[in-house]
Design a protein around this ligand. Structure first.
Ligand SMILES: [Cu+2]
Length: 151
């Protein structure tokens, strides 16, 4: 009799453990299954003397990928900054006819896109972020939870 009770006890303990494992596994799967949505907007910037033309002057919050083309016969630079200390720029100069890319992650606000060489000659323009949803390419990055094999 004692042995039978002992076996039952063991069986119950195994079931309880299995239930805990399943619950734990389900929780782990939920925790790992986070969906990150990042909006990427491509903006073309054309540099001339002494002007920067953007293909769009506003964009949603997220990743902005600039493709900068210098269509003038003067060397330019390309940067973006705001009054809160954000500043990013294409490394070095952009020779005449050259194309460079610059990818930045922007929060809501107004940014100045400029050529550091000729900004004082008016070679700058404003890009507003977060004031529109616009037509964008949305990339959904889904991290799928890893299912752990229990037992
Ligand atoms: Cu310039």
């Amino acid at each position: 009799m004692r042995s039978t009770i002992g076996k039952k006890g063991t069986a119950l303990a195994v079931v309880a453990l299995a239930a805990t494992a399943v619950a734990g596994g389900a929780l782990a799967a939920i925790a790992a299954h986070t969906t990150a949505t990042t909006t990427t907007t491509a903006i073309k910037a054309t540099e001339t003397n002494y002007h920067i033309a953007l293909s769009r002057v506003n964009a949603p919050v997220g990743i902005i990928k600039f493709t900068v083309h210098n269509s003038s016969k003067t060397t330019h630079r390309f940067g973006i900054h705001n009054t809160s200390g954000f500043s990013k720029s294409v490394a070095g100069t952009i020779p005449p006819g050259a194309t460079r890319t610059l990818t930045v992650t922007l929060k809501k606000g107004a940014y100045t896109v400029f050529c550091a060489i000729h900004a004082s000659q008016g070679m700058k323009t404003v890009l507003k972020i977060g004031t529109t949803t616009g037509t964008t390419t949305t990339t959904h990055t889904t991290t799928t939870g890893t299912t752990t094999a229990w037992g």
